[in-house]
Design a protein around this ligand. Structure first.
Ligand code: AMP
Ligand code: MG
Length: 350
């Protein structure tokens, strides 16, 4: 994996402020296929950051698609066997919430896209463009959601995929759920604030040592070296889905990694990126992906009329036409940097 040797488990503790008031600790490590960076302020910052790292490694071991003994790999291996596999309670919650996102988004979010992702070669080293018939044959595998049953606190959690060949890919929700579990870990320590960067899903909580609110940048999807805008974030997770994050080119055409479950092809919804902010990291992650598939009009409809989870969301939608839609909850402290790059923005109201 690229960069895996870099910055593994790096911990630095910095003392700032005259009276030694604000202590911050930062740890960087590789988990869940991405570089993670955890910055924690407060007396127990170092311990807390290490505990978050341990939690991320635990979740990686449960949810990885490449580790054969992970819950997700065992679930996928048993697809269609008629026998459920025992999974960790946290895997059960992940799957249940993925199923909720699938239902609420009208199928735009789909947790069983793995066979189609594999067909495009996104999982392995070699990318390829699958034929129409190949995709047609795979789509039926994406139509039934994982079965999950929990027997309460005492009993275990079991999960199953009903059709042979089905497979879960939790890539669009796992890091958001991990952010929520990281926040639970931090709650056990004396910390005043934290910034978690779990592969581009940014979670903030508490406050910065200087008491100022956290500011989170949204990249220009046309040039990821530059910023499109800056958001002020109180407490919650900011998750971005964009075609630019993973793609390949074949015969001059660019194919990106967010697939439209309707046809199994890279979603062409007119959006270049979607940033979703929520107090619930799981929803921020799942619905940034779902809204990218939906396109601006449906995504804003969903934001206005969707159920409970949708009500926790605020969005920045960046269109291919250069139009940027920012929902009202993000208006305060919003800083736009896109004018000179040809973007225009508008605030959208519920
Ligand atoms: P994200 O970066 O959170 O938008 O997640 C994108 C990843 O989720 C992809 O790399 C796939 O692993 C997976 N994925 C692709 N399309 C979908 C979809 N329509 N619903 C759920 N997961 C998807
Ligand atoms: Mg996502």
């Amino acid at each position: 994996m690229k960069g895996r040797g870099v910055a593994l488990g790096l911990l630095c503790v910095v003392l700032t402020g005259c009276a030694g008031t604000a202590e911050s600790a930062q740890v960087q490590f590789f988990a869940m296929d991405t570089l993670m960076s955890v910055t924690v302020y407060g007396r127990q910052g170092g311990q807390a950051a290490r505990a978050v790292q341990a939690e991320m490694n635990r979740l990686d071991a449960l949810w990885s698609r490449t580790r054969e003994d992970s819950d997700i790999s065992r679930l996928n291996a048993g697809a269609g066997s008629g026998t459920a596999v025992e999974v960790d309670a946290d895997t059960g919650v992940l799957l249940e919430r993925a199923n909720t996102a699938a239902r609420e988004s009208g199928g735009a979010f789909n947790p069983v896209m793995a066979p189609v992702m594999d067909a495009w070669g996104f999982t392995g080293e070699e990318h390829r463009v699958p034929g129409g018939e190949e995709l047609e044959a795979l789509l039926p595998l994406t139509l039934t959601l994982p079965w999950v049953a929990s027997d309460g606190e005492e009993g275990g959690t079991r999960a199953a995929l009903t059709q042979a060949g089905q497979a879960v890919d939790a890539g669009a929700i796992a890091k958001g759920r991990a952010a929520d579990l990281a926040r639970e870990v931090l709650a056990d320590y004396t910390v005043t604030g934290a910034i978690l960067d779990l592969g581009g899903n940014i979670t903030v909580l508490g406050e910065k040592p200087d008491g100022a609110p956290f500011r989170v940048a949204v990249k220009d999807p046309g040039n990821t070296e530059e910023l499109l805008c800056v958001l002020t974030l109180e407490e919650g997770t900011c998750s971005t889905s964009g075609g630019y994050e993973r793609y390949f080119e074949a015969d001059g055409v660019r194919y990106h990694h967010i697939l439209d479950p309707a046809d199994g092809c890279p979603a062409e919804s007119g959006l270049r990126s979607v940033t979703a902010v929520s107090t619930d990291g799981t929803w921020a992650d799942a619905y940034s992906t779902a809204c990218f598939v939906m396109g601006a009009e449906k995504a804003l409809d969903f934001w206005r009329t969707g159920t409970e989870a949708a009500q926790t969301l605020e969005l920045v939608l960046v269109g291919e036409d250069g139009r940027v839609y920012v929902t009202e909850g993000l208006a305060e402290g919003f800083e736009f940097r896109g004018e000179e790059k040809g973007y225009t923005y508008e605030i959208v109201y519920r």
